[in-house]
Design a protein. Structure first.
Length: 297
């Protein structure tokens, strides 16, 4: 039945007021037009909803049973419309992002703070995971988009570069290398190395750098989290090669540039090709591109 919402609204108005004239006035209809809508609704349902008399209108048993579900239907519809308008106006919503731990600990939080200041009603859920998990979560639709490395980007995923991350050496204060401004990979190979887990993109890049130079790392310890790696470095248990932004604080540490072109890596926003983001996710994507991208620095 066409315009069924208007027919339901007509029935509920009569049920609420108990009077066709009052209900018609409330809906800005003529009494005859209201009567036609009620009759069409009853014909469509196959039952009488109202008992009519010259002085009184009352609900039939079928009308009593139908009133509650119809009221709920209109309330649910109103919630859907209001929610959709809020999303379109960016008053509320959820954005889920998968990002490299180094990005989560460095450049991403200030950008997300700016996003929160502009769109306080939108919740951001952050997954800090290794590179291959970012690709998997974006592809599976578990997150809206990711922030990761271009390397080994699989088919069906789009990449928008936003920054170049650089690997540096981190050594404890008092270490012989701490007096130098730049070091070579050969110098680092002579020192006990504290490494990140084998499933991290940082570890993969470090292994590749040393393999290409035919250098063997002197492996000391291994830890999954960069914060743990840096804590071990602070205790003088070895040195490490990590992203430049890995350390929240350089207390007890010296960060040294590595003299090798392969220490740079491109990081960008990763999304599913051809899939439109929600309004909230799209706005977050755009803001991160602006704030983290090359033009922002």
């Amino acid at each position: 039945m066409k315009n069924s919402i208007q027919h339901i609204q007509a029935f509920l108005a009569v049920a609420r007021t108990g009077n066709f004239t009052k209900a018609a006035s409330e809906l800005h209809l003529s009494p005859s037009a209201l009567t036609v809508q009620i009759q069409q609704l009853e014909d469509w349902l196959g039952v009488a909803l109202l008992d009519r008399s010259p002085r009184h209108v009352s609900l039939t048993v079928a009308g009593i049973e139908a009133r509650g579900p119809m009221e709920k239907l209109l309330l649910d519809l109103d919630d859907i419309v209001s929610g959709s308008r809020d999303l379109a106006a960016l008053r509320r919503g959820v954005v889920t992002i998968a990002a490299l731990p180094s990005v989560c600990a460095g450049t991403l939080p200030p950008a997300l703070r700016m996003f929160r200041e502009r769109y306080a009603g939108i919740d951001v859920r952050l997954h800090d995971v290794v590179a291959h998990r970012i690709h998997a979560q974006v592809r599976a639709g578990e997150v809206d988009f990711g922030i990761g490395v271009r390397a080994r980007l699989s088919h069906g995923l789009a990449f928008v570069p936003v920054l170049n991350d650089r690997l540096c050496a981190f050594v404890p204060l008092g270490h012989p290398l701490a007096r130098q401004r730049r070091v070579t990979l050969a110098q680092l190979a002579e020192q006990p190395m504290i490494l990140t887990g084998r499933d991290s993109s940082v570890r993969e890049q470090v292994d590749t750098l040393f393999d290409e130079q035919r250098l063997t790392m002197l492996a000391g310890m291994e830890a999954n989290y960069m914060s743990t790696v840096l804590a071990l470095v602070r205790q003088g248990l070895g040195i490490s090669v990590l992203p430049e932004s890995a350390a929240d604080s350089l207390e007890g540490l010296k960060r040294i540039s590595i003299d090798h072109p392969g220490v740079n890596r491109e990081i960008g926003l990763i999304s599913r090709t051809g899939l439109q983001l929600s309004p909230a996710a799209q706005r977050c994507f755009e803001l991160l591109t602006q704030v983290m991208g090359p033009g922002a620095r």
